[in-house]
Design a protein around this ligand. Structure first.
Ligand SMILES: Cc1cc2nc3c(=O)[nH]c(=O)nc-3n(C[C@H](O)[C@H](O)[C@H](O)COP(=O)(O)OP(=O)(O)OC[C@H]3O[C@@H](n4cnc5c(N)ncnc54)[C@H](O)[C@@H]3O)c2cc1C
Length: 382
């Protein structure tokens, strides 16, 4: 077991950190305030492979291992979590399922466009009555010749406002919903497919999270991912990968808040001393540093198991659960270290504090992660 980062991982961290600090740091506050995804930066990210981090080289991707992917998303999220979210969702639950379950023809058609950033991907499972319970999907896909006619409303779709290709979960037979849930790859501009209002969110405000409408949307069979009934299998596999992405968003947010807290604690003087000289503040910083390190190790373990080809649902759920709850604690503490200034939008920790919370909610709440983990624990032979 080697705990030293290799040259490749060091280089990924250095390169992405430089990019994030140059391109995102100057605008992170403004795009959060204005709820604006910076397309001008996204256009620069395409040629740099941010949208094909783990896609094969033959499709124009960077073919990174999972730890490199994790480092890249962590570093983006350390500076601007909303862009980290865009990249993470696009790569892990947008592109990855097509790579894993798509036919050769589907991969040839969609992966190069996704990997280059020409297409931004979205994953659309949640509905008004289908949140934690993916079995509650009411979007309906009716077979009609060589096509499916899809009707339904999806909500809370990350990247929804700008997505070019959305994976839409729909049920083909309501008598057997779980056995007939299916995934369709639907393109922007396809008749009957439209984007709803952008959500006015507490955090991650620069990401255009929206609803998606399907009204008699005719989708050719060639855009069905896997077979009819593969939906829950595809969804669960995508979420395993996605949870590593959410874990590293949370890790990046926590690291950003921690870095800000360390800097502030050395600068801020009270009682004629920097507040970093007070034991209580030192204890806060020590706790934050320890939690962040523990979280990072859980992420790297999940990445290593994923890359070994073994099942990694429990490891991904543990990483997601720990990192997200840790990010909430760390950002809360970072605000505390900043005192009243931490509660002002003048300082970045206020944004980190808002951004962290949702990592405990999407791609499975903390309660759902505990269900996944306890199921794995209890299924082990004693
Ligand atoms: C900013 C944002 C972006 C999102 N992006 C996407 C996206 O890109 N694609 C997508 O498909 N969805 C997305 N979502 C939706 C997200 O995944 C859901 O909000 C989440 O899965 C929870 O579902 P829900 O909101 O319906 O809550 P509910 O399922 O109604 O849960 C409410 C509460 O009950 C608890 N609960 C539910 N069932 C159980 C149980 N069996 N045992 C114990 N407790 C339980 C939950 O943990 C939670 O605390 C996004 C959400 C947000 C806020």
């Amino acid at each position: 077991m080697n705990f030293n980062p290799c040259m490749k991982h060091k280089l990924v961290r250095k390169t992405v950190r430089l990019f994030a600090e140059t391109e995102l740091s100057p605008i992170a506050h403004e795009i959060d305030r204005d709820a604006r995804l910076p397309m001008e930066v996204l256009y620069k990210m395409g040629p740099l492979n941010y949208f094909g981090l783990q896609a094969p080289k033959k499709y124009g991707g960077a073919a990174m291992d999972s730890i490199s992917y994790a480092i890249a998303v962590e570093e983006l999220s350390r500076v601007c979590a909303a862009v980290g979210l865009c990249v993470s969702v696009h790569n892990s639950v947008g592109l990855f399922p097509i790579l894993k379950f798509g036919t050769r023809e589907q991969q040839d058609r969609f992966i190069p466009r996704l990997a280059s950033g020409e297409y931004i991907g979205a994953f659309s499972l949640t509905e008004a009555n289908a949140g934690s319970d993916a079995g509650g999907v009411e979007t309906h896909a009716v077979k009609d010749g060589d096509s499916y006619i899809i009707n339904g409303t999806k909500i809370f779709v990350t990247n929804g406002g700008i997505c070019d290709l959305a994976l839409i979960f729909a049920v083909a037979d309501f008598n057997h919903p779980r056995q007939s849930t299916s995934v369709f790859m639907i393109q922007k501009g396809q008749a009957g497919f439209s984007v709803g209002e952008i959500e006015d969110l507490c955090g991650m405000r620069a990401n255009p999270v929206s609803s998606l409408f399907l009204e008699d949307c005719r989708v050719p069979r060639s855009q069905l991912l896997g077979k009819v009934g593969d939906g829950l299998k595809i969804g669960l596999a995508a979420l395993d990968a996605g949870r590593i992405g959410i874990a590293v968003q949370a890790l990046g947010i926590a690291q950003g808040a921690f870095d800000a807290a360390v800097k502030y604690s050395k600068e801020r003087q009270q009682f004629n001393k920097p507040i970093a000289s007070f034991q209580t503040i030192q204890n806060y910083l020590a706790d934050m540093a320890t939690w962040i390190d523990a979280a990072r190790l859980l992420v790297y373990r999940a990445c290593a198991v994923k890359d070994s080809g073994r099942p990694y649902s429990a490891e991904a759920a543990m990483a997601k659960l720990y990192c997200s709850e840790m990010a909430t604690r760390v950002t809360n503490m970072a605000v505390q270290v900043h005192g009243g200034y931490g509660y002002s939008k003048e300082y970045d920790v206020e944004r980190y504090f808002r951004d962290a919370k949702v990592t405990e909610i999407y791609e499975g709440t903390s309660e759902v992660q505990r269900m996944v983990i306890s199921r794995a624990v209890l299924s082990k032979l004693t």
